[in-house]
Design a protein around this ligand. Structure first.
Ligand code: PEP
Length: 248
């Protein structure tokens, strides 16, 4: 039985007052014990958010531990704040900052070395799905960034399938489309990293997930919760998503 996750990616949104207002409301909320809730605020707020009952993660890190890398933040620094999770490979990082599968492999290594759980995002673009290349794209992302890990290391990560055409667009993958990829990925992991790893690894869905479509998605046997963008900025919607997840 895999414990479900509801993770909120705030991206580059919310000024200090807005961020702490949302954070404080979430902090005071009692969450169901069968669901892990994690929020990913902008990194400038992290140091004031980590000593809380609420799980807090970073949206990005750099693979080097220190040095002349102006503007970057290392996994070691995040760890020293008490950060337990970090997103890796979000499609916006791949698109806007040209992060490659090989770059992401280094970030995953740095995070695991600092005992931070990488939440590794992967997913195809619209034209790749339309040209029926989505399975190959997803396999390449996973193999090039993650398959150097031992089975033990692999079991420490969380995956998030986020079809690029569904992120922030209002278009959601249907439950059938999402479940098909999640099962495909889980089978691929079973073949390469063993059945125990495949059965225990949590694979989230992300892409325009909201209270109106979450139940259908989270009922799928291989979808273990959601990575939520826009709806995680609205307290009531995020709470509804947690509630829906916990009742499945
Ligand atoms: C995301 O950014 O990870 C995401 C899923 O965004 P949205 O829910 O807004 O599509």
């Amino acid at each position: 039985m895999r414990k479900k996750i509801v993770a909120g990616n705030w991206k580059m949104n919310l000024n200090k007052a807005e961020a702490f207002d949302l954070f404080n409301r979430l902090k005071q909320t009692k969450f169901p014990s069968n669901t892990d809730v994690i929020v990913f605020p902008p990194s400038v707020y992290l140091s004031q958010m980590t000593d809380s009952v609420l799980n807090v993660g970073a949206q990005n890190c750099y693979h080097q531990s220190n040095g002349a890398f102006t503007g970057e933040i290392s996994a070691e620094m995040l760890s020293s704040l008490g950060v337990k999770y970090c997103l890796v490979g979000h499609s916006e990082r791949r698109e806007c900052f040209n992060e490659t599968n090989k770059d992401l492999a280094k970030k995953v290594d740095a995070l695991l070395a600092s005992n931070i759980t990488p939440i590794f995002c992967f997913g195809e673009k619209l034209e790749e799905r339309e040209n029926n290349k989505h399975h190959q794209v997803v396999l390449n992302q996973l193999t090039e960034s993650l398959f150097h890990l031992s089975s033990d290391q692999f079991s420490k990560i969380v995956l998030a399938y986020e079809p690029v055409w569904a992120i922030g667009t209002g278009k959601t993958a249907s439950a059938i489309q999402a479940q098909e990829i999640h099962l495909f990925v889980r089978n691929f992991i079973a073949e390469n990293k063993g059945i125990d790893v495949a059965n225990s690894i949590r694979i989230l869905y992300g892409g325009s997930c909201k209270p109106s479509n979450a139940e259908e998605l989270f009922l799928c046997p291989d979808i273990d919760g959601g990575l939520i963008g826009g709806a995680s900025l609205v307290y009531d919607d995020f709470i509804k998503l947690i509630d829906i997840t916990s009742k499945i």
